[in-house]
Design a protein around this ligand. Structure first.
Ligand code: GRF
Length: 199
């Protein structure tokens, strides 16, 4: 049977506010569907958000994750085309990258290659930006490769860091950009993928 939609798996470790925006954006689309939310954290609020959209969830432990054939097979059983990392904190195993070449995207709350790499997540990023007295920060949407935050950059958007901004204020500014752009960029990538398949 021919597949009628492009299927997305969203990986989350925490709150899932970006995931929520992605669920909302694609909720009424027949051609693109979020079909599963994968998490390493059974307490991730993202799982509750997914449940409200009737999206199945799957929580895995470290052992299952590192035997990544398990995860790859599950994604294949959901006929996943795109893997979207929305606040997912574990490094993506090689086997998963190889199973979805050029189809795994992540969002990072700073302007990579600055303020990326191991340990650069959440408020650590915004604190580092302020300490470095940056005048600008922003978001980066990028492909995933074997190294934290080093895959090819797809999209960046900038916001100002003003005198007196706290890490919390910067976090809020960055989050506004994330919520605005991430679903749209995912949609564009999917459409681009469809065009490439035609040619
Ligand atoms: C976002 O800032 C994203 O850039 C980073 O993790 C955070 C996730 O936030 N990768 P949320 O769980 O989507 O609220």
């Amino acid at each position: 049977m021919e597949k009628s939609s492009v299927n997305i798996a969203v990986f989350c470790s925490g709150s899932g506010s970006n995931a929520q925006k992605i669920f909302e954006y694609f909720e009424h689309r027949a051609d693109v569907k979020v079909v599963v939310v994968m998490s390493n954290n059974k307490n991730a609020f993202a799982l509750e958000r997914a449940a409200k959209f009737n999206i199945p969830t799957r929580v895995f432990n470290r052992e299952e994750y590192l035997r990544s054939d398990i995860i790859v097979n599950e994604l294949k059983s959901y006929k996943i085309d795109w893997v979207v990392l929305a606040g997912f904190l574990w490094l993506i195993p090689d086997q998963l990258i190889k199973a979805f070449p050029g189809k795994i995207v992540n969002i990072h709350p700073a302007l990579l290659p600055a303020f990326g790499g191991k340990g650069m997540y959440g408020m650590n990023v915004h604190e580092a930006v302020i300490q470095a007295k940056e005048k600008k920060t922003g978001i980066t949407i990028h492909y995933i490769n074997e190294h934290y935050d080093e895959g090819e950059i797809i999209f960046q958007e900038i916001c100002e860091v003003e005198e007196g901004d706290t890490p919390e204020i910067v976090a809020k500014k960055v989050q506004v950009l994330e919520h605005l752009h991430f679903p749209i960029i995912i949609d564009q990538l999917i459409n681009q993928g469809k065009e490439d398949e035609k040619n």
